[in-house]
Design a protein around this ligand. Structure first.
Ligand code: BES
Ligand code: ZN
Ligand code: ZN
Length: 506
């Protein structure tokens, strides 16, 4: 059962609860607001506890005070936000992720959060509440689908209650909580899709997921199978799919939140459900991670689901070219030349550079919509990990305004993107002797030459950004609200970017 979120007006010192969670800055000594109320209720024990020096409020530090019946709540749980002048909104997400996991480890099935009087880090109240709920739900994420007995043993957090003293704040708290819930669920669904192994999560399963999402009103779903894609001339996409027995599925979701016919924003997501490298076979070490080579596609599907739930007043099309990359008997071989949907020919010199091939046809297909903006997201190059590590998404494109918007949104929500240059010189590296373009660009600037390849299939009159998430999609170890393994990073960025574009068009 998923965790449910409740919002209510009330006095925290009167609240019956397993635990009341109180975030605290490191360098603020004054006990006002909720601290003063709880200090009074505990006969000064809260102050004494803080004076003991055991808990300083360092970021993600947790300390538990049992109330021994002094108030209806059983525990007061302090969690640190770090130093106030340094605090970003992400501190609250981290602190909530950390403390939620502690609550679950104590086998508490519910806990209570106190809504702050105003937003933190200069952010509005609803944005702060959203971040709190995101932190809790993202932090509590677990994937136990294939461990039913472990799943049975684990006590799950069933209810999180947000309490505010202020009647007038209730609707704002509720709005923030609902948004946080929707966006965290979308992200967790991306993680689920990436965690499922490739024998379960095939292009056909992904297409079924798209159809389920499209059951919501105002979403239309079209699936092109191999024959239909062939008829349209998607030679680059089919060139990747032809090595696999698993039927490819080219998925299109159309969300109409604004006037019908109004030009949409188009999202394109790479969905290679397993990338063996094809004939240019990958080394076996860590190859299992290539089950998550569909992260971009999963993000596009879940973003569409989220914006439909949020009822954003924009039109959005999601395009998810989905296939396996396998070295079957019919597979594309190095040196083969493919004719793409755009008409441009591609010399395939490395079959492991398959993401750009499927995106070439998806981007060309996107042009049919005369999009106001195109955003593609893909686990495209190992090189992006070399340049940026796991802390930034690679960001390239043809429009500085859109690039700046992505960067700004990413900074504010804690999924940062960093721009790499896309100068014409890089296009030289992918010139072919025998075709219009080749699919690899030599050793230098791998992330950039991949984007330069994609730019061949985007008409420059449409603003376009490319997000390379191959460095951020998989975590080596757990972080406060990001698990080890598939991270879902990029989902919040895409959803928040759409929110931003729906309130302020480009
Ligand atoms: N799916 C991979 C990129 C990738 C690497 C994703 C590591 C996640 C983690 C992509 O299809 C690929 O294999 N790219 C090649 C391109 C090269 C052949 C030019 C790469 O990065 O090595
Ligand atoms: Zn590959
Ligand atoms: Zn790939």
């Amino acid at each position: 059962m998923p965790t449910s979120i409740k919002v209510k007006k009330g006095l925290i010192e009167k609240e019956r609860s397993e635990a009341i969670i109180i975030p605290k800055y490191q360098d603020v000594g004054k006990l006002d607001g909720v601290f003063a109320h709880l200090n009074r209720a505990t006969g000064g024990r809260l102050r004494a506890h803080l004076n003991s020096g055991e808990f300083q409020g360092k970021l993600n530090q947790v300390s538990i005070l049992h109330t021994n019946g002094e108030l209806p709540a059983k525990r007061i749980v302090l969690v640190g936000l770090g130093k106030k002048p340094l605090a970003r909104l992400d501190a609250i997400r981290q602190a909530m992720g950390t403390v939620s996991k502690v609550m679950r480890s104590l086998e508490l099935t519910s806990f209570t959060l106190v809504a702050p009087d105003r937003g933190i880090a200069g952010m509005p109240l609803d944005t702060t509440i959203q971040a709190m709920i995101e932190g809790c739900l993202l932090g509590l994420y677990q994937f136990l689908h294939y461990q039913p007995s472990r799943a049975k043993e684990t006590k799950l957090v069933q209810v999180i209650t947000l309490v505010t003293r202020d009647e007038k704040a209730v609707s704002m708290v509720r709005a923030g909580a609902q948004r946080g819930h929707t966006i965290a669920e979308a992200t967790n669904s991306v993680r689920d899709l990436c965690n499922h192994p490739s024998n379960v999560l095939t292009p056909t399963t992904l297409a079924a997921e798209a159809k389920t999402i499209a059951k919501a009103r105002s979403i239309q779903c079209t699936i092109l199978n191999r024959a239909k894609a062939r008829k349209l001339g998607m030679g680059a996409y089919l060139g990747v799919a032809q090595g696999s027995h698993e039927p490819p599925q080219f998925i299109v979701l159309e969300y109409t939140g604004a006037t019908k016919g109004k030009n949409p924003i188009v999202l394109v997501g790479k969905a290679v459900t397993f990338d063996t490298g094809g004939i240019s076979l990958k080394p076996s070490e860590n190859m299992e991670r290539m089950k998550a080579d569909m992260t971009g596609g999963a993000i596009v599907l879940q973003a569409i689901r989220a914006i439909a739930t949020l009822k954003l007043p924009i039109n959005v099309v999601g395009i998810v070219p989905s296939t396996e990359n396998m070295p079957g008997g019919l597979a594309t071989k190095p040196g083969d030349i493919l004719t793409s949907l755009s008409g441009k020919t591609i010399e395939v010199l490395n079959t492991d550079a398959e993401g750009r091939l499927i995106l070439a046809d998806a981007l060309a297909y996107a042009m049919r919509y005369k999009p106001v903006a195109v955003i593609d997201i893909a686990t495209l190059t190992g090189a992006v990990f070399i340049s940026l590590g796991c802390h930034a998404i690679g960001l390239l494109g043809n429009n500085d305004t859109l690039i700046d918007r992505v960067k700004r949104v990413g900074d504010s929500i804690g999924e940062r993107a960093w721009q790499l240059p896309l100068w014409d010189e890089y296009k030289e590296q992918i010139k072919s002797d025998v075709a219009d373009v080749r699919n690899i660009g030599g050793r230098g600037g791998g992330t950039i030459t991949a984007a330069a390849f994609l730019s061949h299939f985007v008409d420059d009159k449409y603003p376009w950004v490319h997000l390379d998430i191959a460095g951020t999609d998989w975590g080596e170890s757990a972080r406060p609200y990001i698990p080890k393994g598939p991270t879902g990073i990029g989902a919040r960025l895409v959803i928040e970017l759409l929110r931003d574009l729906s309130s302020k068009p480009l």
